[in-house]
Design a protein around this ligand. Structure first.
Ligand code: AHR
Length: 502
């Protein structure tokens, strides 16, 4: 029996924005078993002729990932891209200082571009602004994007890649505010360098789009000043400012944990206001958008990682095993990105395989889906079109760090081309089913295609290679009676209500 109610009015003309498909991006770093033993494992029964695992590629395709950030992350700040191109037998083994491993350089720019093509994604390439700078960055753009007839484009051709990779989106370094970052910088040092790199990279290829590094998280002491200073320097030469944020249920407080997406929303709103402050200061007509290019849950593996011996190849680093409650928060984080689709144009779940990832592999064994795989797959698949701005009234609760947390976290996406309306919803209530009443007034003739539900009695339930204990079912009871949709949202559940015109 549902004893709580929430209402929403969904209007076709109340629009947030068209969804930029790149908000369903992901991230592959040379870290742990993400590349080696993740996307690439020559000798594995599922490996193709290039060593890429076909089972992993298939799961990536199921996730519908349109963009993948590469090659880091902290890794990129010590990386020489030249190490990873050309004949494999000549590629150096290096001490990888960000994660204290050995990098074999078996996979580099060209192999990764091949893999991205295989899974139907674009590459979002990061350049090293830690140990390197303008020169290495402009050479990499020339290597990747210039057609032919120059040193670096001809070098690429000599490496077997006649066609340029045409990489459109580039990150100007990674987390350059973080004291842990190789070559960390002050905001002024980074702002100057990023602007010069941006200017020169665009001289090589004016069609590229650039992401300047924002803060590594909202909790950084330099947050806000960092964004303002960096954008003051780079405003005319970049298109996006980055955000990174990870959450964890460290104090085992589920009500508070599930409210973390409100903090994510505040973070987004703060960065928008800083970007717009610099816009006003410069009297500019240009708007800087947001690239939330690292987000996820990350805390389960912290203790295990402290025990890893340095200087091994592809050790099991950052291998968070996600439980059911993590999938609920990830669902809310995706809803938050959608609600801000007017300014968040790129977002990358960090990461894709094995490293804080929706997809796991066993070396030599199967690939499998973590709990967080499902909300990502659902939003990426059905959350294409225009994000609507429904009017929602929901019961609320207070938690340790938040007040007025709506029990119902929801948004709706209208795909005009397919004549589909999808409502995404998390019921944050710990005890009760929530009866949702959605007035979809001007969606005449729409019927419920399916109501997908992810629920579980055990918040700590995880999936394994042999047991998909947390997996969605389509037994939700949503129905539409003349524009009046009702649905029972089980306590602590992720819901996808799909409607289509008859
Ligand atoms: O995604 C894992 C790491 O988190 C990345 O390398 C870094 O950018 C962030 O601190």
């Amino acid at each position: 029996m549902a004893n709580k109610k929430a209402k929403m009015i969904v209007e076709k003309d109340f629009k947030v924005s068209e969804v930029d498909k790149r908000i369903y991006g992901s991230f592959v770093e040379h870290l742990g078993r993400c590349v080696y033993g993740g996307i690439y494992e020559p000798g594995h029964p599922e490996a193709d002729e290039n060593g890429f695992r076909k089972d992993v590629a298939q799961l990536v395709r199921e996730l519908n990932v349109p963009l993948v950030r590469y090659p880091g992350g902290n890794f990129v700040s010590g990386y020489n891209w030249e190490d990873g191109v050309g004949p494999k037998e000549n590629r150096p083994r290096r001490l990888e200082l960000a994660w204290r491993t050995i990098e074999t350089n078996e996979i580099g720019t060209n192999e990764f571009a091949d893999w991205a093509k295989l899974v139907g994604a674009e590459v979002n390439m990061a350049v090293n602004l830690g140990t390197r700078g303008v020169d290495a960055a402009r050479n990499l753009v020339e290597y990747c994007n210039h057609p032919s007839g120059t040193y670096y484009s001809d070098l690429r051709i000599s490496h077997g890649y006649k066609e340029p990779h045409k990489i459109k989106t580039w990150c100007l370094g990674n987390e350059m505010d973080g004291p842990w970052q190789i070559g960390a910088k002050t905001a002024t040092e980074y702002g100057r360098l990023a602007n010069e790199a941006a200017k020169v990279m665009k001289l090589v290829d004016p069609s590229i789009e650039l992401v300047a590094c924002g803060s590594s998280s909202r909790t950084m002491p330099t947050f806000a000043d960092w964004e303002a200073t960096v954008l003051d320097h780079t405003y005319h030469n970049v298109e996006y400012i980055s955000l990174h944020q990870y959450y964890g249920n460290r104090s085992n407080d589920i009500a508070n944990y599930l409210a973390s997406s409100l903090e994510m929303d505040d973070f987004i709103k703060s960065v928008i206001s800083i970007a717009d402050y610099i816009k006003s200061k410069k009297r500019s007509k240009k708007t800087i958008n947001l690239s939330f290019d690292e987000w996820n849950v990350w805390y389960h593996s912290n203790d295990a990682d402290r025990k890893i011996e340095p200087w091994s190849i592809a050790p099991p680093q950052l291998e968070d095993i996600y439980n059911f409650e993590d999938a609920l928060l990830v669902g809310s984080m995706l809803i938050t990105l959608l609600k801000n689709a007017d300014r968040v144009k790129i977002a990358c779940m960090a990461q894709l395989v094995n490293v804080i990832a929706p997809i796991m592999t066993e070396n030599g064994g199967p690939a499998w889906k973590q709990t967080i795989f499902y909300p990502f797959m659902h939003t990426s698949t059905f959350g294409r079109g225009v994000v609507l701005n429904p009017i929602v009234s929901s019961p609320k609760y207070d938690s340790k760090d938040f007040t007025d947390v709506p029990v119902l976290d929801t948004t709706a996406v209208y795909n005009e081309e397919n004549e589909e309306l999808t409502i995404f919803a998390v019921n944050r209530d710990l005890e009760d089913t929530l009866l949702l009443e959605a007035d979809i007034r001007n969606f005449d003739g729409y019927r419920v295609l399916e109501h997908i539900v992810l629920e579980n009695d055990d918040l700590k339930q995880v999936n394994t290679a042999t047991n998909q204990a947390v997996a969605p079912h389509t037994g939700g009871d949503a129905k539409n009676d003349n524009g009046h949709v009702t649905a029972s949202l089980p306590k602590l559940s992720w819901n996808v209500i799909r409607l289509k015109k008859q």
